[in-house]
Design a protein around this ligand. Structure first.
Ligand code: HEM
Length: 420
């Protein structure tokens, strides 16, 4: 039977809009999605969402299964875009179709091997001193003010400057690259289609493509990831220029919004838990487990999509070949079946194999760098700023249901060493 021939089980019963993932578009749910995720985990853990036309899985074990077994090849090709009535997005789909994030083996294995040969652990380790210097320079710029917007003054520029350094493009381009990444990120992690923004996304993808083509052709002598990707060779295999460009874009975008959100959401969590903030300030050696706990507790990349390769039963429900599934990592990370006392922030938690970086073949390509950036960001903020307090009781979240982060995080502080 074809996937579309049979009615979905849930269609027989009246659909319950309060269980739809569309709830995340409600600002009050987005501000604290955990009660909504808890409800899904308990009442409908493998849920056919008729409003989104996708399955939604929210328990740890099911998210894990989906990330392990299902297909990541989910980008409509230009012809399918046309059929969906979105022909103008064809050029964006063209770039996405060459990015490792949207491919299955063997195409994914080939790309990931080549890209990994360029993005080695040694390259990440070598960046530590430079990353520390970037963190300190950003704090120097605000230290005398006694107040800052953590997002605009630190969490956004920090990974943007780090990424420019990683890629080997001029540091001063970081603001422009950040703005273009934010446009591309609208295509990731987001399920509200905003036709007004299509033109802008298209323009940004075209500009990024031109920018990196120029970097390859005219500045190929600059050391950095772009040059290493051009030179990468595994078993006589190399990346085409278009593949280098597409995967430079996904690496750049993947490394920005997420890291910004980890720093912003993480610092907010610490400020809301002053005993934990004090614990980390007094015992900075617990930073490694603290970063893992902040990734679990307020997962920066909340969900991702997959397609069923074949008819598959999960949690007693039959997901048919070709159907879409949303795997909600942020919910799996609070599943009491997997984590003891999951709603408690425990900066020393050691049993913590969270899903924040995904799992299996598509496990985050930049996890080592993200962990280093987070360690340096939190320890530098706490080492240099004391008496952290929210400067506003109204917090606004960005309208992206997947890449969940704050629009702004205004705080007041006292410079460490300054008189109280
Ligand atoms: C806190 C920071 C980060 C978080 C939470 C995060 C999260 C994730 C997640 C959940 C995935 C898997 C998506 C899926 O399976 O559909 C992923 C993949 C990826 N990430 Fe990250 N990421 C972070 C930082 C970074 C950084 C710093 C880079 C690059 C420098 C990066 C580059 C990538 C790339 C290229 C992929 C695709 C890997 C593949 O498909 O094989 N990420 N990331």
């Amino acid at each position: 039977m074809s996937p579309s021939a049979a009615p979905r089980p849930a269609q027989a019963a009246p659909a319950d809009p309060s269980l739809s993932l569309f709830q995340l578009l409600d600002p009050s749910v987005h501000a604290d999605p955990h009660p909504f995720y808890r409800r899904l985990r308990e009442e409908a853990p493998v849920h056919w969402d008729p409003f989104m036309h996708t399955w939604v899985v929210t328990r740890y074990e099911d998210v894990h299964t989906v990330l392990h077994q299902f297909s990541a090849d989910r980008t409509p090709n230009p012809d399918q875009m046309k059929a969906l009535g979105l022909p103008s997005l064809g050029p964006v789909a063209d770039v996405m179709a060459k990015q490792m994030l949207f491919l299955d083996a063997p195409a994914h294995t080939r790309l990931r091997k080549l890209c990994s040969s360029a993005f080695t652990p040694r390259r990440v380790e070598a960046m530590e001193e430079q990353i520390q210097e970037i963190a300190d320079t950003l704090i120097d710029a605000v230290i005398d003010r006694g107040q800052m917007d953590v997002i605009a003054d630190f969490a956004e520029p920090f990974p943007a400057i780090v990424t420019a350094g990683l890629l080997g493009v001029p540091r001063e381009d970081h603001g422009w690259l950040k703005a273009k990444s934010a446009d591309f990120a609208e295509m990731l992690g987001n399920f509200q289609h905003n036709p007004d923004r299509v033109h802008r996304v298209l323009k940004s993808v075209a500009e990024l493509t031109d920018y990196f083509r120029d970097a390859i052709r005219n500045h190929g002598d600059r050391p950095g990831l772009v040059r290493s990707l051009v030179e990468a060779e595994v078993d006589g295999n190399r990346l085409s220029e278009d593949e280098v460009i597409a995967n430079t874009i996904v690496t750049m975008v993947g490394g920005q919004e997420t890291t910004t959100n980890l720093i912003g959401n993480g610092l907010l969590t610490l400020i809301r838990n002053p005993d934990k903030l004090a614990e980390l300030r007094d015992e900075p050696h617990i930073i490694a487990t603290a970063v893992e706990e902040l990734l679990r507790f307020e997962t920066p990349s909340q969900h991702t999509a997959r397609i069923a390769h074949a008819d598959t039963e999960i949690g007693g429900r039959l997901i048919r070949k070709g159907e879409a599934v949303m795997a909600v990592m942020a919910s799996g990370n609070r599943d009491p079946r997997r984590f003891a006392d999951p709603d408690r922030l425990d900066l020393r938690r050691t049993e913590n194999r969270h899903l924040a970086f995904g799992w299996a073949a598509h496990f985050c390509f930049g996890a080592a760098l993200a962990r280093m950036e987070a360690r340096i960001a939190f320890t530098t903020l706490l080492r240099r700023l004391d008496d952290l307090a929210l400067a506003s009781d109204r917090l606004e979240w960005r309208p992206n249901s997947g890449l969940r982060g704050l629009q702004a995080l205004p705080i007041t502080f006292r410079a460490v060493g300054a008189a109280a």
